[in-house]
Design a protein around this ligand. Structure first.
Ligand code: MN
Length: 234
């Protein structure tokens, strides 16, 4: 039997025309109070937490890409989650909150697509979330914008529409844990390195998509994201 080559590395397109190689994908759970409540949790009692996805889940979804992702197998409730994405550009471990911005290469608009039915079953049974969250093609992401002299974007609208209808709308200043706090906390567990992406959590209003839908995400000050939901995967 021949040995197959491993999957080609994933690159995220940047606004400066470069390719940013994706190393690892970290996601924050329940980082907006209203979303934690809609999922049946008390944000005051349960702090956010992390889970991971493969790098290959990242799909370039700049509006000019006309990206299409398949509707995945084994779900009848595939949900959109609009999120601010942070790209790490410098190695760091146990990073202090007040130095965290210096480890950020750039920011992007992203989606953490989720098999909500499988995630809910896993949660009930105390099982891992992998089949609910680490879904093939589940992280469509807009162009990565290097942070300039103005630094991190800490406020401004985040909004998601499906076929033009607004489903999620919030402000980045509603994040329970800010971007520097997320980086500081995550770096207690992992040696962060260039290429790592952090999906920082979704606001309220998550809901299902169907084949044929078009999902559009905007974050003030960042390039937008557009992706079409294709047919059921084969
Ligand atoms: Mn999420």
């Amino acid at each position: 039997m021949p040995i197959f080559p491993v999957t080609a590395p994933t690159f995220l397109k940047t606004t400066t025309g470069e390719d940013f190689p994706v190393a690892r994908v970290f996601c924050v759970g329940r980082n907006y109070a209203a979303h934690a409540r809609e999922m049946g949790h008390d944000p005051d009692r349960e702090p956010p937490f992390f889970f991971t996805k493969w790098a290959e889940t990242v799909i370039n979804a700049d509006p000019s890409d006309e990206a299409v992702i398949a509707y995945p197998s084994e779900t009848g409730n595939y949900h959109h989650e609009a999120e601010l994405v942070v790209a790490i550009g410098k190695p760091g471990f146990r990073i202090p909150v007040d130095e965290a911005a210096g480890y950020v290469y750039g920011l992007a608009t992203g989606l953490d697509m989720t098999r909500r039915d499988l995630q809910a079953q896993a949660r009930e049974k105390g099982r891992p979330w992998d089949t609910g969250k680490n879904v093939e093609q589940s992280c469509p992401t807009g162009r990565l914008m290097p942070i300039g002299e103005n630094g991190l974007i800490e406020s401004g609208e985040i909004k998601l529409t499906v076929n033009g209808e607004t489903r999620q709308q919030a402000d980045l200043d509603e994040l329970i844990w800010s971007v520097p706090e997320v980086i500081a906390d995550l770096s207690r567990f992992y040696h962060l390195r260039p290429g790592d992406l952090i999906y920082t959590g979704t606001p309220a209003g998550v809901g299902p998509v169907q084949p044929g839908d078009t999902v559009f995400v905007t974050i003030a000050g960042l390039p937008s994201l557009a992706v079409a939901i294709g047919d059921h995967t084969r």
